[in-house]
Design a protein around this ligand. Structure first.
Ligand code: NAP
Length: 312
């Protein structure tokens, strides 16, 4: 059965997220959220902080909050969970309106090490709960992946993590995890396997990952898009330039709007205040269905690492 996440707007309306290009995109705004399989909501626009130095992370995160972002994507390996959490405390915004993500580092795969990783996130951030915790990459072998998942499920049951998911999993890793969840349900009871609320991948017009995105759509898993502006490396592409001119927007804004309209949750990163604002100014135009198609390619050209193909 196809499960479809739901889109909720600032006025609290809930709308079915069918195939993104078919959604009435005019309803999107900076406060739009999807409802995840966990039952919690996730803001559609995230603020990425990979390679954001710890000594500027608090300031830029505060600037992002002032601009209207309510979602921060960090990780243990980014070494900036603490300044991001400081910004959350200092923003003057209710904690319940902010969404904070961290991730299990590849070196912490396995049940015990993942528990330690989660504990370290809490001791560093001082947060009462973390909204989303992801397995950063499918490394370490099946036993370690399953062990990490079990630790996440337990943290979720304990109420300290609200939603759980994975990043950089290939379809073979996703199938393996789905089987493990079914086994946990069988042995421990219904609802005891946890649910994959979110998957995070490099996703953009030159890396559409149709197999993975379809897997998620079938099950109602929210797809987050990292490197949504391809680290600025493709701004000169003809199709992108054409759409930027057509809508009087920048190539970065076109790429982010494309990502939203695909039904993804884009996570643009910037330490530059004007770019932080530019990347959130994407709600006053819409890419039509024909242009959405024209922008997408069949290329498979990651600009970052690609653990989805790992076979260990
Ligand atoms: N799960 C994973 O394995 C994984 C991997 C990579 C990334 N991520 C997540 O996804 C987030 C985004 O990915 P990313 O940081 O690699 O790539 P990105 O967001 O596509 O690009 C960031 C780069 O583009 C520049 N930039 C930002 N906005 C711009 C604009 N409007 N015009 C021109 N240049 C602009 C930034 O420079 P300045 O900062 O100097 O402004 C930075 O160099 C990360 O921060 C992280 O949260 C996850």
């Amino acid at each position: 059965m196809r499960t479809i996440p739901r889109l909720s707007g600032s006025r609290g309306h809930i709308q079915t997220r069918r195939f993104a290009t078919a959604v009435a995109m005019a309803t999107l705004n900076i406060n739009s959220k999807y409802k995840m399989l966990s039952g919690h909501e996730i803001p559609l626009l995230g603020f990425g902080v990979y390679q954001t130095p710890a000594n500027v992370a608090e300031d830029v995160t505060l600037h992002a909050f002032k601009t209207g972002y309510r979602h921060v994507d960090s990780a243990r390996v980014y070494r900036n969970e603490q300044p991001c959490a400081d910004a959350i405390r200092k923003a003057g915004i209710p904690r319940s309106e902010i969404f904070f993500t961290s991730k299990v580092p590849p070196r912490a795969m396995g049940y015990e090490k993942t528990k330690d990783s989660i504990n370290s996130s809490f001791s560093q951030t001082g947060l009462d709960y973390i909204d989303l915790y992801l397995i950063h990459a499918p490394y370490g072998g099946k036993e370690a992946r399953n062990g990490s998942w079990r630790a996440l499920v337990e943290a979720k049951e304990a109420g300290i993590i609200r939603s759980i998911g994975v990043s950089n999993y290939g379809v073979h890793h996703l199938n393996e995890l789905e089987t493990y969840i079914a086994e946990l349900e069988e042995s421990h009871g219904k609802g005891k396997g946890g649910e994959i609320s979110v998957g995070q991948w490099e996703l953009h017009p030159w890396l559409a990952r149709r197999d993975i995105v379809d897997w998620c759509k079938e099950r109602g898993v929210v797809c987050e898009a990292y490197c949504p502006i391809i680290r600025g490396q493709r701004f000169g592409e003809k199709a992108l330039q054409h759409l930027a001119k057509k809508h009087a927007k920048t190539p970065a804004q076109v790429l982010l709007r494309w990502s939203l309209q695909k039904g993804f949750v884009p996570l643009p990163k910037s330490i530059t205040p004007s770019r932080i604002e530019e990347n959130a100014d994407i709600y006053d135009f819409e890419i039509d269905a024909e242009d959405m198609k024209a922008l997408e390619t069949t290329a498979y050209e990651p600009c970052a690492w690609d653990p989805t193909t790992s076979n260990d």
